[in-house]
Design a binder for this molecule. Structure first.
Ligand SMILES: Cc1ncc(COP(=O)(O)O)c(C=O)c1O
Length: 398
């Protein structure tokens, strides 16, 4: 098949789907447009220092507007997230994690991070980043995905504690972790990949006290695929800059930075409203699914983030399904969720769907799992959307 048709087919297909994938979001036209702009094939690398014995401002020519857009993105990110220092260069959340780890540890250090069994990011477990950077990994025990066992930190005395996870429903007991880390002289960094879009509405109180906050720009935050690093610690951010260029990456893709600037600009006026609605939608979707019989973990709160988690044991008991089987049945009905039991509300919230819509969506999910063909109902729910994101609606008003 001609590759160009694949793009069209994919877009037509995804337009017909209800996307409830927790790691994804929707990009408005202007945010996408930047990704296919001329910057997509250009370089820019500002040094203001000697490179191979000669002083250079930028290693490449023709980069005036690229330099401008980086400054604009950085300033917008400072405003949106409320940190003094920002780095928009990491080309992904994982690359941001590499730079954050390199900047906060030395070879041989002990690090503690939430284990994949408790929903932690696989990249932090022994044989991935810790092995690559010569670090000793110790799992950070956590109860109900939210209460970190601070005594274990006191006992283990790591040089670094990493908070944040791929399954993240609630804020952590960060104040206690900060206190213990200060007592034992450990650094603390926060992987906010999943909750980046929820930080401006206060998802995690006192996050600004962490040495580094970093993550993806495309999960709950409605930006292009990429990464970002935030901090109030100037020294740490100088290290981040040193560790990014020619260590974990070279070119940082200025079309992506331009796209990020567009998304930050669009997001800024509605950041708080969006975060509040994401949490409301998650709670309502969870409550309705739970009441219908698709049991959701951690009742009665269920979630304060953009994700809810299906109770796998009850899914098997009540529907005879595993999470991948559930996902496949829903996919056949144009409802997209991942294969690991997470259901996400970020994209639908960014598209303006509210609590009442969640009630209907829960009903349709339930019917699909009971074996009914709900493609027609999904089509109807999808057609409710007016094609504008929350940010675009706000911009049209002002
Ligand atoms: C907690 C966490 N950190 C980092 C990553 C990697 O992010 P990216 O896909 O942007 O590289 C993920 C991926 O899902 C994640 O869940």
């Amino acid at each position: 098949m001609n590759p160009k048709y694949i793009m069209e087919l994919h877009e037509e297909y995804r337009k017909r789907c209800l996307n409830l994938q927790a790691s994804e979001n929707y990009l408005s036209y202007i945010v996408r447009r930047a990704l296919s702009s001329d910057m997509a094939s250009r370089y820019s690398m500002v040094f203001d220092a000697e490179v191979h014995g000669v002083y250079v401002h930028n290693v490449y020519g023709g980069a005036y507007y690229q330099e401008e857009i980086v400054k604009i993105a950085e300033n917008l990110a400072k405003e949106v997230f409320g940190f003094k220092y920002v780095n928009v260069k990491p080309i992904s959340g994982h690359v941001a994690a590499m730079a954050a780890l390199l900047s906060s540890t030395s070879r041989g250090d002990k690090i503690m991070a939430i284990s994949p069994q408790d929903g932690g990011y696989d990249g932090y477990s022994s044989n991935y980043l810790p092995e690559m950077f010569g670090l000793k990994y110790v799992p950070l025990p956590i109860k109900d995905l939210r209460v970190v066992d601070v005594d274990s930190i006191k006992r283990e005395k790591p040089e670094l504690v990493i908070l944040g996870a791929s399954y993240i429903l609630f804020p952590y007991n960060l104040d206690e972790v900060l206190e213990i880390c200060e007592e034992i002289g450990a650094r603390i960094i926060y992987d906010a990949s999943h909750v980046m879009g929820l930080l401006p509405s206060g998802f995690q109180e006192h996050i600004e006290k962490c040495d580094l906050v970093y993550g993806s720009t495309h999960k709950s935050f409605p930006g292009p695929q990429g990464g970002i690093i935030l901090s109030n610690n100037e020294e740490m951010m100088k290290r981040v800059e040193r560790n990014l260029t020619w260590r974990v990456q070279d070119n940082y893709h200025t079309h992506r930075v331009a796209s990020l600037a567009m998304s930050l600009d669009e997001f800024k006026p509605v950041a708080k409203l969006y975060g509040k609605r994401v949490a409301e939608n998650s709670h309502r979707l969870a409550l309705n699914l739970h009441e219908e019989g698709l049991e959701i973990k951690y009742p009665p709160e269920f979630s304060k983030s953009h994700q809810i988690l299906v109770d796998e044991k009850k899914l098997k008991e009540n529907f005879g399904l595993t999470p991948p089987e559930m996902s496949e049945i829903l996919e056949r009905n144009n409802i997209i969720v991942d294969r690991v039991g997470r259901i996400g509300t970020a994209e639908l919230t960014w598209k303006g769907y509210k609590e009442n819509d969640m009630e209907r969506i829960a009903e349709v999910i339930f019917l699909a799992l009971k074996g009914k063909d709900v493609k027609g109902d999904v089509e109807q729910i999808v057609s409710l959307w007016n094609g504008k994101t929350l940010g675009e609606i706000q911009r049209a008003r002002t």
